[in-house]
Design a protein around this ligand. Structure first.
Ligand SMILES: NC(=O)c1ccc[n+]([C@@H]2O[C@H](COP(=O)([O-])OP(=O)(O)OC[C@H]3O[C@@H](n4cnc5c(N)ncnc54)[C@H](O)[C@@H]3O)[C@@H](O)[C@H]2O)c1
Length: 312
């Protein structure tokens, strides 16, 4: 199979990520289907799509006409028949291995022999998921970050049974859609972005628990310090620019002092136990008002688009 043979893309799971991912394909001419289990899912999906498209139009990324076309081009369905002639299926259903198992086993009997199947799982091993598909050589990880239609990164993870051809086609496909794909040469839980994100979160919550700083000041440290550098270079470029020797010396001194908690994140466990699930319930590390979710998302999307504008 080559990239030219990919015409129809089915995104499975009409939630936050499925709705986001589905918006990327119509403007590149792909027949785009968003499949979900319940018609009710499309109420949320359409809301996510409308909001995201509005931000793109407001920020000059699309004209109102282009945006209207994109929205009209996404076919919403609960009919499994949509998988029969799909060339690419991107699974974005909930992060439960049992649900994913059931999904893959069921659609395996629908999809074409040469269709490519991928998972947007945040952390589950691609090798573990590949046990549920009939052609593991055409199965791999494609992990997008939220909001997927704006964040350029897509992590392409090669499972031990994934063919190189499958990874190459997906790399070429996403590069041609102005994404910034990265290759994971082998399967690893959490892939690159979540392993890095959770290493930082482990240390951040350790610092709060140890009474060193409040969440607000740790967020400010990243936002006005490290985060700004990370928008233009990664950790390795930062080392090169700062000088390898000093980083080597600091690593020697600091590593024994860093958190190496293996079991759980106690702060997160406590918040969940108390029912404080973040912006959705009005309280997490911060307290939120009713309109905050909408405003925070808009602000985030606008800032990301600005950074990307300078990048281009
Ligand atoms: N939310 C994020 O920030 C984020 C980021 C990156 C990756 N992911 C991953 O993407 C996947 C989806 O996450 P989400 O946040 O969009 O979840 P979500 O709960 O918002 O949406 C999942 C959707 O899938 C539907 N669904 C359930 N079973 C299904 C089935 N068998 N077939 C089709 N649809 C089904 C649900 O009804 C729901 O609409 C997960 O694996 C998650 O870990 C999430």
């Amino acid at each position: 199979m080559s990239i030219k043979e990919i015409r129809k893309v089915v995104i499975a799971g009409g939630g936050l990520m499925g709705a986001g991912i589905s918006q990327m394909f119509p403007q590149y001419g792909y027949d785009t289907v968003l499949y979900s289990v319940s018609e009710m899912d499309f109420v949320k999906a359409c809301h996510v799509i409308d909001k995201s498209q509005q931000v793109l139009v407001e920020n000059g990324r699309l004209t109102a006409e282009e945006s209207k076309k994109i929205k009209e081009s996404i076919c919403l369905t609960t009919d499994k028949e949509c998988f029969r002639d799909a060339d690419l299926v991107i699974e974005a259903i909930p992060e439960h291995i049992e649900m994913k198992k059931e999904f893959y086993e069921e659609i395996s009997s629908f999809v074409k022999e040469d269709a490519i199947l991928t998972s947007n799982t945040s952390a589950i091993s691609i090798d573990d998921l590949s046990a549920f598909v009939s052609h593991p050589e055409r199965f791999c990880g494609t992990h997008f970050l939220n909001p997927p239609h704006i964040i350029p990164l897509v992590e392409i993870t090669k499972g031990s049974r994934t063919s190189q051809e499958t990874c190459d086609i997906l790399y070429e496909l996403f590069a041609s859609m102005d994404k910034k794909p990265v290759r994971l040469k082998k399967d690893v839980k959490g892939f690159l972005s979540n392993r890095l994100q959770f290493a930082l979160l482990r240390e951040a919550t350790y610092l709060v628990e140890s009474g060193v700083a409040d969440p607000e000041d740790i967020d400010r440290t990243i936002r006005y310090g490290n985060g700004l550098r990370y928008t233009c270079s990664g950790p390795f470029k930062i080392v090169d620019l700062g000088g390898v020797e000093v980083f080597r010396d600091v690593a020697r001194y600091l590593y024994p002092d860093l958190s190496d908690e293996k079991k759980e994140n106690r702060l997160l466990e406590d918040l969940v136990r108390e029912g404080n699930l973040g912006i959705a319930t009005g309280k997490g590390f911060y307290t939120y008002g009713e309109s905050d979710l909408e405003n925070e998302e808009k602000k985030r999307d606008r800032m990301i688009l600005k950074v990307l504008e300078d990048e281009e």
